[in-house]
Design a protein around this ligand. Sequence first.
Ligand code: WT7
Length: 656
Amino acid sequence: MSDQTLSNLLHEERRFEPPDDLAAEANLKADAYERAAQDRLGFWEEQADRLDWAKRWDTVLDWDNPPFAKWYVGGQLNAAYNCVDRHVEAGHGDRVAFHWVGEPDDDTRTISYADLKDEVCKAANALADLGVQAGDRVAIYMPMIPETVVAMLACARLGAPHTVVFGGFSADALTGRIQDCDARVVITADGGYRKGAPSALKPNVDEAVAKCPDVRTVLVVRRTGQDVEWEQGRDVWWHDAVDSASTTHDPQPFDSEHPLYVMYTSGTTGKPKGILHTTGGYLVGCAYTHWGIFDAKPDKDVYWCAADIGWVTGHSYIVYGPLLNGVTSVLYEGTPDTPFKGRWWQVVADHKVSILYCAPTAIRTFMKWGDEIPQRFDLSSLRLLGSVGEPINPEAYVWYRQAIGGGKAPVVDTWWQTETGMIMISPLPGLTSGKPGSAMTPIPGVSADVVDDQGEPVPDGSGGYLVLTEPWPAMLRTLWGDDERYQETYWSRFPGRYFAGDGAKKDEDGDIWLLGRVDDVMNVSGHRMSTTEIESSLVSHPKVAEAAVVGAADETTGQAVCAFVILRESALEDGETASDELIAELRDHVAKQIGAIAKPRQVMVVPELPKTRSGKIMRRLLQDVAEHREVGDVTTLADTQVMDLIQSGLSKSSAE
Ligand code: WT7
């Protein structure tokens, strides 16, 4: 697409109407908004009928003790049974659950619902033999392979909450998560493939588990065949325990509020928060939104969510949502540029993908690589495109719709969070129009608003804070082991309402535009990173006295991590300077402690940090520096000269 075409599209069509063919057959009908508004809880009862309940609920919502919600109270169900067995029982065992596309690129597997049921039953039997019982926490640290889905569903089948830790996180990050939720079993692999080469996972688990004496079993999938250290009595090969296990396993029903999983996410403090999702409400939310927003049809669609299972997007929209709806999905292990930059589009063409869900950062990367690459492939199967993780800029939205969606596939810009469990604000592809850059309106059944500092709803055309005004089924129930922090973080800023931490505006039509975080949380490539967590990591380095981290605007990743550090006296006395070696050492230190995704793009050594008289670091000013802007108002600084000092010093320090 030429720059001129893009610019014309941007200016001529500020609003895209739903395509007629999609509208005629859309899963969700136009009366849904109305019905949900009139009888919200009745609407949520209707959605719960998408699942098979071993025992029906007595009360749809218990909100007597806010913010502690109970949904579908008294109901009982089994998550894995709902994702797998019932489709096989209904005669759809032959339907493909996953087209798995691995790395290297000739490594593929087709897994039917019947295959998946057998694998999940075998893994559940193996885990039970290893002593896993309902309520036990199991950590999962895996690459993007079918066994990861099998492991999650096997845990769910046994009522053992899983905590999946993204494979890119470090041994330290894994240790913290295992310890926080007191997991006794870890499921991992020898390694995975990354950009065509094997990378290791087991050594990180060995390092982590050395600090977690309560972990009694490490179950290891052989994926790459690389050598691994082996701890007799603790380590068990997946193929030894699972392959020979029985394919028969009786799924016990669990209470609707039984914990399904804990997913850790960065907050405003250094310690990640363990977001707790429970069974009934979460599954209802996943099934309903995947069906309604992606318009997914089991007999027609091939759906591909290109997230990693290690994040909530993978939980709700690779595993639970699509499987609950009995849909065929692509599960992709690789990266967008290996072995070549058209890899995604080849996968779309090969598998006739009809629905694609990914993050703006990927879209912007493809846009940078140019239209010629997708043009080489037949993308005509695509009928619906989704975006998630950060605000999508109008240019990327229009390019996505045009260059990937052939100008006909609508884009659903879906706003939600690890905490919400399900998509909350999004257009509906067959019903509502879409505006590039806006997530539009809360979906039927969800209530949101934009409020000012006092909590008053702002009028159309104004900005403020995004709040959710009614409980919803897939909402987090608490932070693992910390009810107080749960209340404090989400429900105290605007009492009675859920504070999302995002800024937002309502346009003249009342449609919602997300404006990014209003707290000390950055969004790097759609992943949430805490400034404080990275600051703590830098300060733990022996040469660093103080650190301040900001998210600076980045063309591709949305925001990039920029760190400002003051060196310790002792380091300075030893003649330490802002050398390239030191910068590299500090960047690596953060990658080692948290994970490669947290590695600062830039580390700047400065003599001082800008602080208010009460000692609070004014990150806003540092952000000006990182984004090469003129520095804003400095009058509230304790020492107004500091910014001059920082800027004059910076010309001397090195950065990447
Ligand atoms: C934060 C949640 C939800 C799964 C992926 C991230 C930002 C998410 C959008 C969107 C604008 C978005 C928000 C939110 N965000 N989707 N469509 N438009 N911003 O989950 O790590 O829990 O992060 O991501 O800032 O608070 P997460």
